[in-house]
Ligand binder design. Structure first.
Ligand SMILES: Nc1ncnc2c1ncn2[C@@H]1O[C@H](COP(=O)(O)OP(=O)(O)OP(=O)(O)O)[C@@H](O)[C@H]1O
Length: 252
């Protein structure tokens, strides 16, 4: 795991319909320390996905720099793992082969990559699902497999773009609790994007509030771990932090 640094990052799109340039991200700088969990939250259109896609290397920046472990990125790479809201597991591969796909691409032999996949599946309580195909799993389980698949690549930085947005509220809370538990065990460097304030605060060590393509404010989240919803909903510090971040987002 490594640090992630954004230095004066900006992105301008050309809107071909309107014939104008749109500034989606402007002079964004922040650092995420090794093993830190940071959420970015902000209203629709504030530039969250644009930032994540630039870090992933899917789109080029218009200005500034992105460094992973102190080295500037050049396009996509296995040092950055990405989990989206809707992403395809390979339907023709079993769960264990889906999770072992990244190690396979790196040339890890079958027995070894099966062992890696089983270790990560166990971490997410998915041992029993190893031999199943994606269409035999619930949406929540598929999402879990997606997270585990990204982790099994052992990326330096894990980038997550609203990964739990499409599951029901109860499953979502379970997935959030699981993610915080796995994060505590493995301490990956994580950048998590969401428009859900409670989710951002629940998961992170630090929340970055984005407004119109700029960093509006950073809020430290010094809540104790492990984090469990039943406890946090009654925790005054959690309520205060959520209210503070919500008012920043609403005035963004
Ligand atoms: N390919 C594109 N061409 C032109 N403009 C774009 C393009 N992609 C995004 N934009 C514009 O850039 C701005 C930021 O978009 P972005 O998708 O990064 O925001 P977001 O915060 O992720 O929004 P949401 O929460 O709705 O996904 C918006 O004004 C959007 O319309």
């Amino acid at each position: 795991m490594k640090t992630l640094s954004l230095k004066a990052l900006s992105k301008t799109y050309f809107d071909a319909y309107a014939g104008v340039h749109v500034t989606a991200v402007q002079d964004v700088s922040f650092d995420i320390a090794e093993g830190e969990f940071v959420s970015i939250v902000g209203p629709s259109g504030c530039g969250k996905s644009t930032i994540l896609n630039m870090i992933a290397g899917f789109i080029p920046a218009s200005g500034g720099e992105i460094l992973v472990g102190g080295r500037p990125i050049r396009g996509p790479g296995p040092d950055r793992g990405v989990v989206f809201q809707s992403f395809a597991l390979f339907p023709w591969k079993t769960v264990i082969d889906n999770v072992g796909f990244g190690p396979k691409m790196r040339g890890v032999p079958k027995p070894e990559r099966d062992a890696i996949a089983r270790e990560y599946l166990a971490l997410a309580g998915l041992t029993e699902a190893a031999g199943r195909y994606p269409n035999e799993l619930s949406g929540g389980m598929q999402q879990r497999v997606g997270v585990v698949r990204a982790l099994a690549n052992e990326p330096d930085v894990l980038l997550m773009d609203e990964p739990f947005a499409s599951v029901d509220a109860q499953t979502r809370m379970t997935l959030q609790e699981e993610l915080t538990r796995i994060w505590q065990e493995r301490r990956p460097t994580v950048l998590f994007i969401t428009h859900d304030v409670a989710e951002a605060v629940f998961l992170a060590n630090r929340v970055i509030v984005l407004s119109k393509g700029r960093v509006k404010q950073e809020v430290e989240v010094a809540l104790p771990r492990p984090r469990v919803w039943d406890e946090l909903v009654q925790n005054d510090q959690f309520k205060d932090l959520s209210a503070r971040v919500l008012s920043l987002v609403r005035s963004a």
